[in-house]
Design a protein around this ligand. Structure first.
Ligand code: TA6
Length: 300
C-alpha cells in the first residue's frame, strides 16, 4: 500500500483534500470543501466523520475506536460485506471481511458543483478466498456535497453465483437517545434480532427504552432521525435496498465492547442501508448490484 505521503502527492487537492496518517501506516483522507468536512480511512473505506457547514457532526465515532489493521473502526460507516451479521461458521468475522482491510484509493476529484468525489476499491485476494471462495470487485464512491452520498458497487467476477447480504452500517450522532424518534418505518414488518428474529409490525415512530436490534423489511422510504436533543432532522435515503437495520446497544451491550466509549450509547443510533434478511442479493456470474445511501441534515 502507498504511504500517506505518496497518496498526498498523487491525490491531494490544495485547500480541500489532504491525506495523512492517523496511526502509523494507517492513512486517512481529510476533505474540507464549501459544503462540509469529512474524514475517510483507507482501512475499510471507512467514512469516519461528516460535518456539514454550520451543523454539528452527523456521524458518531467512539473515542475508544481502535485504528489497527484487521479491526473495524467503531462508529462512522463500516461496510458489512459479503455477509451481514454473524456467519454460521463462527470462525469467520461478523459482518464479513472488507471492513477489516485496507482498500485502494483510485480517485479524488472536485466535481462541477464543487462537491468532492472519492473512489476506493477492493477485490478478492488469497486471504479473502480463504474466507469466501468467490472472485469479486467492490467499488465505493463517496460524494461530499450538499449531502453525503455513498454508492457501493459490487461485481461477482467468479464463475459461480453467490448470495450477498450487506449493510452501510452508519452510526449517527444524536443529542440523547431518550429524546430521539425515528420516522419512516411506520407499518413496516421487522425481524427482532434480540428475539430469535421473531416477526413484528412497527406501530408509530421508533423510540428507545433499551437495546434495540431490528431488520426492517420493505424499507424503501426515507428514514428521519428526529433528534430531540438537537433542533435538527437527519434524513437517510437509499437505493438498491429494501431492508434497513436499526440498532442501539444500550448499556450492557455497549459496555461489553472495549472500543465503545462509556455512555456512548446515549449519543448514537444506527440506521443501516442494507440487503439483509430476505433482501439478500443473488449475484450470478458477472452479476452486479449497487447499494446506495444518501445522508442530509435539515434544521427544524
Ligand atoms: O447492525 C446491528 C448489529 O448486527 C448488532 O447485532 C451488533 O452486532 C452490531 O451490528 C455491531 O456489530 P460489530 O461486529 O461491529 O460489533
Amino acid at each position: 500500500m502507498k504511504t500517506a505521503r505518496e497518496l498526498q502527492s498523487e491525490f491531494g487537492i490544495d485547500g480541500t483534500v489532504s491525506i495523512s496518517e492517523i496511526a502509523p501506516g494507517y492513512p486517512a483522507i481529510q476533505v474540507n470543501n464549501r459544503y462540509a468536512t469529512a474524514n475517510i480511512a483507507l482501512h475499510g473505506a471507512h467514512v469516519m466523520a461528516y460535518q456539514p457547514r454550520g451543523q454539528e457532526e452527523v456521524l458518531w465515532l467512539s473515542r475508544d475506536a481502535i485504528y489497527r489493521p484487521g479491526k473495524a473502526i467503531r462508529g462512522g460507516i463500516p461496510i458489512c460485506w459479503p455477509w451481514f451479521g454473524p456467519h454460521q461458521n463462527a470462525s469467520l468475522p461478523a459482518h464479513g471481511f472488507v471492513r477489516n482491510c485496507f482498500w485502494r484509493l483510485d480517485e479524488i476529484r472536485e466535481l462541477e458543483d464543487h462537491s468532492t468525489r472519492v473512489i476506493l476499491s477492493t477485490g478478492d485476494s488469497e486471504q479473502s478466498l480463504s474466507l469466501w471462495p468467490f472472485a469479486f470487485t467492490l467499488r465505493l464512491t463517496i460524494i461530499i456535497g450538499p449531502s453525503l452520498d455513498l454508492s457501493l458497487r459490487m461485481h461477482n467476477s467468479s464463475e459461480l453465483a453467490c448470495t450477498i447480504t450487506s449493510a452501510l452500517h452508519a452510526y449517527f450522532a444524536i443529542g440523547d437517545i431518550a429524546r430521539t424518534e425515528l420516522h419512516g418505518f411506520e407499518g413496516l414488518g421487522y425481524l427482532d434480532q434480540l428475539d430469535a428474529n421473531s416477526r413484528h409490525i412497527q406501530v408509530g415512530a421508533i423510540r428507545f427504552v433499551g437495546e434495540l436490534d431490528r431488520i426492517y423489511e420493505g424499507a424503501i422510504a426515507t428514514a428521519i432521525i428526529r433528534d430531540g436533543g438537537r433542533a435538527r432532522d437527519i434524513e437517510i435515503s437509499k437505493s438498491g435496498s429494501r431492508s434497513s437495520v436499526v440498532w442501539n446497544p444500550w448499556i450492557a451491550k455497549s459496555g461489553s465492547m472495549d472500543d465503545f466509549e462509556s455512555g456512548g450509547y446515549r449519543h448514537m443510533v444506527c440506521i443501516e442501508a442494507s440487503n439483509a434478511g430476505e433482501d439478500a442479493i443473488l449475484l450470478p456470474p458477472d452479476g452486479r448490484h449497487t447499494l446506495g445511501m444518501s445522508i442530509a441534515v435539515n434544521n427544524r
